[in-house]
Design a protein around this ligand. Structure first.
Ligand SMILES: [Zn+2]
Length: 412
């Protein structure tokens, strides 16, 4: 949610017009503690001003005037966190929220649409997940839109952003627009027919220059990398996360484990390449996806064994034809050997750590934001239930309620 609402909740003030943080009591809930894997049974969860003030077994203390929802023994888990999205509009952001995502990290948007959306959400004008923005990818063929937004760097238009001086200039320009992360492409993309996803884009020296500019502004770098050489260079240069990581070797994964670099593998979207419809529907990509999928699965299996911290993400735009949700990525992670609890952590506590937000989101505890999803059954027994989110709560506000509920439906 919105940091300024946290501040208001702490001093107990009223909320700004349009702001969403609310008071809410859930009763008769089985609360999933993703930190230790326990379940608080028959619990009451009290949210005040968007922040959880109490989770305890049994009935809550009297909270007159506060909306109370009987969860009927269903399971309450932290709101999901999607670490790699391409959301550029309110309707895309809304679909993410309705799927149970209450925090997401943009990994590329034109014209700083992600920065603008983030601000609209923060001010309470758009009901959407909390959004971390990245703006443009720092990559050798920069997007034409980048030069439209930054004509001061027009000298590079038509040529490539290569060399330490050029990558510094581009990174500085992006950082100046208030992004939360810098996204760079250490290797070519996979989702275009005429690219070679193994091909390295940037040297370690160029990547280090990007990291230095970002770190001077107090933010981290996320490096898209499929191939091992580019991925290794990015890890050595000090990026905070590798996105995709399809062909990473055990040596590179071991380096990631040593340096604390996160892996955001996006398996489900690689599967999307192989099936009709969805975000990708193209013959060349279909053929490519069928040989990439077993490789990224193998890499995640190795990363899990080596102890690299895994973070879940969709790499989708949550568009009207998208068929990938974060639940599908959790199913993929369990499929390659994570326990359901480990998969849930990839979408909650691990993501919060990557985002630097562990003190306020990712787990359900007193003092944490009231970002929650309600599931029919225990996700620690069957992660598949996360596909069917029956209620989404963001900052204590009930966003959607689906299915059969005991008693009166409390929302309009
Ligand atoms: Zn992406």
């Amino acid at each position: 949610m919105k940091p300024f609402l946290m501040a208001m909740a702490l001093w107990g003030g009223t909320h700004a017009a349009g702001a969403a943080a609310q008071d809410l009591v859930l009763i008769n809930a089985n609360v999933v503690n993703v930190t230790d894997g326990s379940i608080v049974e028959g619990a009451s969860v009290i949210v005040r001003g968007g922040v959880i003030t109490s989770i305890r077994s049994g009935a809550p203390p009297a909270t007159p005037g506060v909306r109370t929802v009987d969860v009927g023994g269903m399971y309450v888990a932290p709101g999901l966190m999607d670490a790699h999205v391409h959301v550029q509009s309110e309707d895309q952001a809304r679909r993410a929220l309705l799927s149970g995502v209450t925090t997401m990290r943009g990994m590329g948007a034109s014209h700083y649409a992600d920065v603008g959306l983030r601000e609209l959400g923060r001010a309470g004008h758009v009901q959407m997940p909390e959004y971390l923005a990245a703006g443009y990818h720092v990559r050798p063929p920069a997007a034409e839109e980048f030069f439209q937004d930054h004509p001061e760097l027009g000298a590079y238009f038509g040529s490539e952003i290569r060399g330490v001086e050029a990558v510094r200039a581009m990174t500085r320009a992006i950082v100046s627009r208030g992004v939360d992360f810098v996204k760079t492409n250490a290797t070519e993309r996979a989702g275009l027919p005429n690219t070679d996803p193994r091909k390295q884009f940037y040297t370690e020296g160029e990547l280090r220059a990007i990291v230095e500019v970002a770190e001077a502004a107090g933010i981290g770098v996320a490096a898209h990398a499929h191939g091992d050489a580019g991925g290794r260079a990015a890890v050595s240069a000090g990026v905070r996360s590798i996105e995709h990581g399809t062909y990473l070797s055990e040596a590179t994964l071991t380096l990631m484990q040593e340096k604390g670099t996160y892996l955001v593998p996006t398996i489900a979207i690689v599967r999307d390449l192989t099936i009709p419809g969805g975000d990708y529907d193209n013959a060349v990509l279909n053929i490519r996806g069928r040989h990439m999928l077993p490789r990224v699965q193998e890499t995640v299996r190795n990363a899990h064994r080596i102890g690299v911290t895994l973070v879940a993400a969709t790499d989708t735009g949550y568009g009207p034809n998208s068929t990938t949700t974060l639940a599908h990525e959790l199913l993929e992670l369990v499929d390659v050997g994570l326990t359901p609890l480990e998969a849930l952590r990839a979408a909650t506590t691990n993501a919060a750590a990557l985002f630097g937000m562990s003190d306020r989101v990712g787990s359900l505890d007193e003092g944490m934001e009231g970002d929650m999803i309600v599931l029919e059954r225990n996700p620690l027994e069957n992660i598949g239930v996360v596909q069917d989110v029956l209620m989404v709560v963001s900052d204590g506000e009930v966003i959607v309620q689906r299915g059969d509920w005991p008693g009166e439906r409390p929302i309009s």
